[in-house]
Design a protein around this ligand. Structure first.
Ligand code: NDP
Length: 315
């Protein structure tokens, strides 16, 4: 039978390119979890995805109710859940003030981490009951959260500190809106959220890999300088960032190439190892990359897991 992969944020950029790459193989059905149904359906058509290769299901990660409803709707499709890809993200580098999810969390961490945390926890049971030979839960990471890299050292650097802001609910009322308790900084909030994504993947691996046989993985697909992720950046940045990445840092990858990389993590029979953060070298060959000290801190991962559980109502 065909595999079924859920991809969040499949209406543009990396998510769309991955959905297209999987659909084109004829071996995958993609459930596109998207907040804007019309945009997603136009994007899938414009990408040339065969009509019977995808199903769009509404998902707004900025609302925990929406996440729970999405899980119910997916179950009603009565399709197996073989792979889940937590891909959607917001990035607000120029925001002067924080914005908030429906549940009152600062938006970047609320969407990129907490919404996905609840989604992944809920769908673990569905993955477990699938009879697919290689079941996977993938959380898209990033180099920018990794302070052991050049890109990860561009200020403001990711730093979760002692997680006091997160423990307080990240709401700006009785806690800071930043995980470490500091002042709001949109670029840092994004990087922090990516560290949470990478810590969460490893904590899933430690808690559930043996018991469930599910492969847990994260990845840095390369710098996809052309996606909508940079939509809120100043125009000059958006103009210069792609050529800068292409010719100076040489970290640039096209959306198509990045989509193929993530599709490999979804389906390649050689990428079944769990607990791995995948990256690709100049020749587009995958390798197991090292995470920064903070992004591989097991005590922090455990603490993050426990606080996140409380915030999304699982504990
Ligand atoms: P895009 O902005 O193109 O895609 C982000 C997707 O997330 C969009 O489909 C967007 O939906 C969706 N999204 C945003 N907010 C929500 C929400 N509240 N609920 C549901 N969906 C939402 O960016 P990219 O493709 O670049 O980013 C994809 C992933 O790749 C992210 O995890 C990012 O961190 C990661 N990444 C990107 C890199 C890059 O260089 N671009 C480098 C490394 C990692 P909509 O279309 O409705 O806006």
């Amino acid at each position: 039978r065909k595999g079924t992969a859920i991809i969040t944020g499949a209406s543009s950029g990396l998510g769309l390119a991955t959905a297209k790459a999987l659909a084109e193989t004829g071996k995958w059905h993609v459930i596109m979890g998207c907040r804007d149904f019309l945009k997603a359906s136009r994007a899938a058509k414009a990408a040339g995805m065969p009509k019977d290769s995808y199903t769009i299901v509404h998902l707004d990660l900025a609302s925990l109710d929406s996440v729970r409803q999405f899980v119910k709707n997916v179950r009603q499709l009565e399709m197996p859940v073989d792979v889940v890809v937590c891909n959607a993200a917001v990035y607000q580098p120029t925001a002067k003030e924080p914005s908030y999810t429906a549940d009152g969390f600062e938006m970047s961490v609320g969407v990129n981490h907490l919404g996905h945390f609840l989604l992944a926890r809920e769908l673990l049971a569905d993955l477990q009951s699938s009879d697919y030979p290689s079941k996977r839960l993938i959380i898209v990471g990033s180099i920018t959260g990794n302070t052991n890299t050049l890109a990860g050292n561009v200020p403001p650097k990711a730093n979760l500190g002692d997680l006091r802001g997160l423990a307080g609910g990240l709401n700006g009322v009785n806690s800071s809106v930043m995980i470490d308790g500091g002042e709001f900084d949109g670029a840092k909030a994004y990087k922090d959220s990516k560290v949470c994504n990478m810590l969460t993947m490893q904590e899933f691996h430690r808690r559930y890999h043996e018991e469930t046989g599910v492969t847990f993985a994260s990845l840095y697909p390369g710098c996809i300088a052309t996606t909508g992720l940079f939509r809120e950046h100043i125009p000059l940045f958006r103009l210069l960032f792609p050529p800068f990445q292409k010719y100076i840092t040489k970290g640039y990858v096209s959306e198509e190439e990045a989509g193929k990389r993530l599709a490999q993590v979804v389906s390649d029979p050689s990428l079944t190892k769990s607990g791995v953060y995948w990256s690709w070298n100049k020749n587009s060959a995958s390798f197991e990359n090292q995470l920064s000290e903070e992004a591989s801190d097991a005590d922090k991962a455990k603490k993050l897991w426990e606080i996140s559980e409380k915030l999304v109502g699982l504990a």
